[in-house]
Design a protein around this ligand. Sequence first.
Ligand SMILES: Cc1cc2nc3c(=O)[nH]c(=O)nc-3n(C[C@H](O)[C@H](O)[C@H](O)COP(=O)(O)OP(=O)(O)OC[C@H]3O[C@@H](n4cnc5c(N)ncnc54)[C@H](O)[C@@H]3O)c2cc1C
Length: 487
Amino acid sequence: MIVVGGGNAALCAALSASERVKRVLVLERANEAEAGGNSRFTAGLFRIAYNGPEDLKTVIPDLTDDEIGNSDFGTYNEEQFLDDMGRITEYRCDPDLTEILVKRSLPTAQWMQKRGVRFTAAWGRQAFKVDGKFKFWGGLILEAVGGGPGLVASETELAKKAGIEIRYGARALSLLADDSGVHGVVVRHQGKTQELKARAVVLAAGGFQANTEWRTRYLGPGWELAKVRGTRFNTGDGIRMALDIGAAPYGNWSGCHAVAWDRNAPETGDLAVGDGFQKHSYPWGVYINAEGKRFVDEGADFRNYTYAKYGRVILGQPKQFAWQVFDAKVKPQLRDEYRIRQVTKITANTLEELVSKMDDTDQKTALETLKKYNAAVRTDIPFNPNVKDGRGTEGLEVNKSNWANTLDAPPFEAYAVTCGITFSFGGLRINNDAQVISSDGECIPGLFAAGELVGGIFWFNYPGGSGLTQGAVFGRIAGASAAKSVS
Ligand SMILES: Cc1cc2nc3c(=O)[nH]c(=O)nc-3n(C[C@H](O)[C@H](O)[C@H](O)COP(=O)(O)OP(=O)(O)OC[C@H]3O[C@@H](n4cnc5c(N)ncnc54)[C@H](O)[C@@H]3O)c2cc1C
C-alpha cells in the first residue's frame, strides 16, 4: 500500500493500515528537515466530543486529581460538536462525513493514545483562570504533547517502529490507473521518475493553498496576495492526480481557512516560528484598516469560531492589511504569539502618538474611529473573557458585540496583520469508508483519501482544532479501508 503525504492524515492512515497490511510505503514530498506538512506547524489542538473528565482521562491518562480539581473542563458532547459544525458552515457540511468526524473524534484520539501519541489539556491556550480555577472555553481541550512538531515526531517514530517505510523527497506526480482502478503512483525521487506499483493508494497530500495560481483561480482575485501559514509543499498535487483520473471535485472550492497573520511574515511558513505569526487576540481589542476605519465585529463570537473566516475579511481591506489595537488593560491576556521577536508592532503612550506611527494608514480617521469606539462602549456591563459577556458598543457603523474594552490605559500597542491562508476547503469526494468517488458517482477501486484534500466538510468557516481531528479520523478510516481492500 502507498500513502501519499507526510502529515497527520498520512501518518494516521499508514499506522492504521499497518494493523492489517505488511508493506506500507509513505511518500513525503518534503525532505526530512521540512517533512510533516501543515500538521507540523500546528499547536497540536484536537477538537473532540467528550462528556467530562472521565472521557478526558481515557486520552490523557496522566491527568492528576489535582489538575482535575483545578480545572473546569465542562463538557463538549457530540450534539454540541455537531451544532457547531452546522452553525459554522452555514449548514452546508456533508451530513454523513460530519457525523463520522464528530462520532469518531474521541475513539480516534483514544486509538492514537493507545498507539503511543501523548496528549495533554490545553491549559495555556484554551483556558482562563477564574477564582483560582482554569475554565476552558470554545469546546477545545485536547493538545498533542509538543504541539504539531511533537505530534509529527511521535507519529513518525511510531510508523517507523511499525515497519512502515517513509521515503522523503518523494513527490507523487500521477496515479497509475486503468478501468479496474488504481494500481500505484508515478513518483519523482532523487531526480528520478519511476512507477511504484501498489494494491491501494491513500492520498493525504494536503490542499492547494501553497499553489499561487490555483489560489487565484479558485479562491478568487487577490488571493495571490495572501501569505501561506504552513508548508510550501501543499500545492494541490493529490487533488489534481485524482481529478485527472475522473474523481469528483467536492465542497467549498472558493473557500478556505485564513487568519490574521503578521504583515511582514515570509511568503510561506517558517518552522522555526511555527504558528507564531498568527495574531488571535483581536476579540480583546479593535481592528483598524488603512482608511482608519473599523470593519468587522471583533467580538462576534469566541475566537475559535471567527478566526478562520477573518483572514478573508482582512485580505479584502485596502492594501490587504489591518492594525489590531490594544491597551495595557488587556496586555496580560494577549496570547504568546504577541511576544515573539518577529512581530510588526508599534507602541505609544497616547492614542494620538499611536496613530502617528501607523504607516500606510489614514491617521486622522484612525484617531476619530478610536475615540468614537471608546465613547460607544457599554461600560455598565462587566468584562468577562470566559463567556460572551454582552459588553458591546452601541451606535457605531460596525458594532462590537462582546468584550468591548475602552482603549484608555497606556501604553497602547498596535500590531500590523495581513491574511495568512491555512488550507483550502475544496477537494475530493469520499464516501463513509474514505474511498474516493468518481464524477460518475462510483467508487474508484484502490483509491482512498483523508485530510485537507477531502472536500465537503468545511465551508466558509471552521471550528478551531477540527483539521487535525479530520485528518486523524479519516486517515484512520482510509488506512483501514485500503488495507481491507487488499487483504
Ligand atoms: C500555522 C498552522 C496552525 C494550525 N493549527 C492547528 C491546530 O492547532 N489544530 C488543528 O486541528 N489544525 C490546525 N491547523 C490546520 C492543520 O494543520 C491541518 O488541517 C492538518 O494538519 C492537515 O493535515 P493533512 O495531513 O491533511 O495535511 P498536511 O499535514 O499538510 O500534510 C500534507 C503532506 O502532503 C505532502 N505532499 C504534498 N504534495 C505531495 C506529493 N505530490 N507527493 C508526496 N507528498 C506530498 C506534504 O509535504 C505534507 O507532508 C493549523 C495549520 C497551520 C498552517
